[in-house]
Write a protein that binds this ligand. Sequence first.
Ligand SMILES: CC(C)(COP(=O)(O)OP(=O)(O)OC[C@H]1O[C@@H](n2cnc3c(N)ncnc32)[C@H](O)[C@@H]1OP(=O)(O)O)[C@@H](O)C(=O)NCCC(=O)NCCS
Length: 171
Amino acid sequence: MATSGRAARGSGKAARGRPAADAPRVAVAIRPVRREDLERVIAIDATVTGIAKRNYWRSVYERYGKSGAAERQFLVADRGGQVAGFVIGEVRDWEFGSPPCGWVFAIDVEPGARQAGIGTRLLDAICANFRRAGVRKVRTMLARDNTLILSFFRSQGMMAGPFIPLEMDLA
Ligand SMILES: CC(C)(COP(=O)(O)OP(=O)(O)OC[C@H]1O[C@@H](n2cnc3c(N)ncnc32)[C@H](O)[C@@H]1OP(=O)(O)O)[C@@H](O)C(=O)NCCC(=O)NCCS
C-alpha cells in the first residue's frame, strides 16, 4: 500500500471530478523549512492551539529542519515568500513491530489560506519524500473530536489502521 492513498489510487480526487493533486489552486512552492520561517510557523500553530510554543518550535527545527535527511521532514508551503502552512514527519523504524513507515505528526495551514489545496500539496510532498526514503506506508494520529483534520486525512485516502492508542495518568 502506498503512502498517500490518493497517490496509490492514481489521483482519487480527479476520479471524483475534483481538481487533481498536481493541479494546485494557488501558486505555492513546497520547500524545506528555513530558520527565518520559524516565526510564521509559530504564529500559524498559535492560531490552532492558542499557544506560542517558541522553545518547542526551535527544538523541532533543530531536529527536523536542519537534518536534510529524507527520514526527517519539516516542509513549508511558500506562497509568494510568505509561509502559509507546514508539515512535519519522520520515518520510524520497527515501531510496535511494524516495518519502517512514515509518520506525519503535524500539519497546519493558516486559516485564511485553507481549502485551496495547500494541505494536499504539503501531504503529497512529504509522502513523496517518504517514498524516496524507502517506506511504503504513512501513518498519523489525530484527536477523535477533530473532525476537520479527520475529513482532510480521509480525503487523502487515509483510513483506520491496525493500532489503537492507549494512555494512562502517571502519579
Ligand atoms: C486540515 C488542514 C491542514 C487542511 O488544509 P487545506 O489546505 O485546507 O486542505 P485542502 O485544501 O488541500 O483540502 C483537501 C481536502 O480536505 C478536506 N477538507 C479541507 N477542509 C475541510 C473542511 N473545512 N471541512 C471538511 N473537509 C475539509 C476536503 O475533502 C478537501 O478537498 P476539497 O477541497 O476537494 O473538498 C487545515 O484545515 C488545517 O490546518 N487545519 C487545522 C489543523 C489542525 O488541527 N492541526 C492540529 C493537528 S496536527
